[in-house]
Design a protein around this ligand. Sequence first.
Ligand SMILES: O=P(O)(O)OC[C@H]1O[C@](O)(CO)[C@@H](O)[C@@H]1O
Length: 549
Amino acid sequence: MRQPAITATASFHALESHAVDAKHWQLRQLFAADPQRFPKLTVDAAGLFLDYSKNRIDANTVGLLLDLARERGVEAQRDAMFAGEKINLTEHRAVLHTALRMPRDKALRVDGQDVVADVHAVLERMRDFTDRVRSGAWLGHSGKPITDVVNIGIGGSDLGPKMACLALRSYAHPRLKMHFVSNVDGHDMDAVLDQVDPATTLFIVASKTFVTAETMLNARTARSWFLRHAKADDLARHFVAVSTNTEEIKAFGIDPANMFPFWDWVGGRYSVWSSIGLAVALSIGFGYFTDFLAGAHAMDQHFLEAPLEENMPVLLAMVGFWNRQFLGCSSLSIAPYHQDLSRFPAYLQQLDMESNGKRVTKGGAPVDVPTCPVVWGECGTNAQHAYFQLLHQGSDVTPIDFIAALRPTHDLPGHHDALLANCFAQSEAFMTGKTGDEVRADLQAQGLAAAEIEALVPHKTFPGNRPSNTILMDQLSPPLLGALIALYEHKTFVQGVLWDVNSFDQWGVELGKVLAKNIHQELTGEIAPARHDSSTNGLIIMAKAAQHL
Ligand SMILES: O=P(O)(O)OC[C@H]1O[C@](O)(CO)[C@@H](O)[C@@H]1O
C-alpha cells in the first residue's frame, strides 16, 4: 500500500508541535520532576532490560511516537513480514530471517512450501557436520582432527559469524580456533594462512550469492594454497560451502555433500541464523547454537505480541527516530561495556546502515525527512579514552546505546564492578553534565584564585542533556546474544517502516563494484585505460608504475 509522506501524517504534525518545547527539555529536570521516571521508561523482554529514561522525552512524547508508529502501519507491516509476504519489493522477495529461528513444531508456507521444515532439515545437517568436526570424527586428509576453521566471506557472510564467535568465546570448543578472512586485500588472507596447517584446517566459503568478487578471489587463493600441500581428492575434507547458489558451488569444485544451503528470503545482513552461522555452530556447538536461535525467537515473539507501549524494539526505534528527527542527531554511537561484544558495533553498522541508508521511499519518491543515522562505536572503557571527549563536550549531540552484562563470564576479581561503574557513570555524566557553577564551586574548594577559576570554567563545563539508552542482560550467553541481535533487527525494521524505505535491498553497493571491475581490468592491462577524471587517471597511472618497479 502506498504510504503518504511522513510529514503529511497527523501524528507527525502532533509530534512537531510537541517538539517545539520538548526538544529544549533538560534531563536533569525531567528526573527531578518525576521520581517514577525510571520504572516508567524501562522495559523487559526476552531476558533483556532496556532503560530509555535518559532521553529527552516523557510519557506524552512516547504516546505521540506510538501514534506515529500506528499511523505508519508498523503492526500490519510487521505481521506481513512474519507471514512471508514479499515485502522486499525491489527484489520481489519475502523477508523471513524470523523463520530461521522458529521451532520445529511450527509451520510457515511460502509459495506452497513449508519453510520451517526446510530450515530444520538444514539445521539437522549442520548438527551432524558440527558434531563430527567437534568430536574429532571428521578428519583432515592426513588423518588428524580439525584444529582451525577459516570462514571466507564478506558483509553479512562475515560480520555475523565473526561477531557471534567473538561474543560467545566463553562457549567455544577448546581445540577449534576460528579465523575470518573477508577483505580482498591479500594481507588479510596472508595473515591467516601464516597461522594454519593445511592438514588440520577447514575452510568455509560463505556467500549467499557465491559470486561476490572478494570472497571468490579469497576462496580461489585458499584452494591454490591448499593444493600446494595436498591433492585435489583431499579438498572434500577441507572445503565446505554455505550459499543459496548450488550451481556456482558445484562450478567451484566443492563436493555437493559439503554444501549447506539457505534461501533467497534471507538477507545477507540477517543471515547469521542460517547456515551462514556454521562457523558459530562449529565453535559453540549445535546445542548452544540452538539456544542462540531460541533467544532470537523469544524476541520475535515479544515483538509480535507485546503492546506497542511495552514493545522493546518499537520503543528503541521510536526513541531513535525522535533523536534523529527532532534533536537533529545524525549519528548513533554503540558502546558495549563487554569486550566480547567488540565487533557488535561493526555488525550493527551493516544491519542498520545497509538496511535504512536509503533516500527514496518504496514508491520511489524522496523521503522528506532525514533517514538512518551513522552508526559507529567501540567497547567501553576503551572508547572513554579515545572519542568520548567529543561526545561530552563536542558541538554535536550523539546519542549512545550502552550495552552491558550484569555478570561476567570470567572469574577475575575486581574487573566487573569497575567496568559497570564506568558504564553507569558515563550515562549519568552525559545526562547531568556539569554546570559552570558546579565547576566554580569545585575549583574554589581546591583554593584556586578567582581569575584562574573564571579562565577554567568554560573548559571544564559539560553541557550534559545528552541522550542515551542502557541495555542490560544477566550474562552474555547464546540466548541473550540472540535476543540482542533480534532486538536491533526489529528496531531497524520499525524505523524502515516509519521512513517507508525498503530495508531489505542494497543497491547502493553496486556502483562501486562495477567501477572496481573496470579499473581492475585497466590495472592488470587486460583493457586499455578508460578516460576517467584526472584524479582517477592519475591514481591508476601511479599504481601501474609501481607494479613495474
Ligand atoms: O554473501 P554474499 O552474497 O557474498 O554477499 C556479501 C555481502 O555483500 C552485500 O551484498 C553488499 O555488497 C551484502 O549485503 C552482503 O552481506
